[in-house]
Design a binder for this molecule. Sequence first.
Ligand SMILES: [Zn+2]
Length: 131
Amino acid sequence: MTQEVSSQVLDALLAAAAGAHPRECCGILLGEGGAITSAIRTDNIHARPESHFEIDPQALVDAYRAARSGGPQVLGYYHSHPDGLARPSATDEAMATGQGLVWAIIAAGRVTFWREGDAGFTPLPYEVSPR
Ligand SMILES: [Zn+2]
């Protein structure tokens, strides 16, 4: 299945990565089904944000609560690799929940999407939608 991503979300992710450099940015991807329609930027509360990320847990609680009361669904997370590769790192593999969430990774000036599964991450092709 091809993921749909709005061009606004792609722009926001690239801007978040550039703004956080040399630290990792992170946040939450929202949408419905196969379409990512918005993203929430959250604080990176990890003690070593130059090489790790940890999404502010309160932001996650708020996002899941909003989803339960009719808001957009939590489809996954994003973070950047300030000087790393545009693919999941060993740390990311260890953090994956296996729940089928989408991970966006921003590196080298582009955004890549991945789906986590029981066997690790698989590349997720995507199409840009105008809104
Ligand atoms: Zn990573």
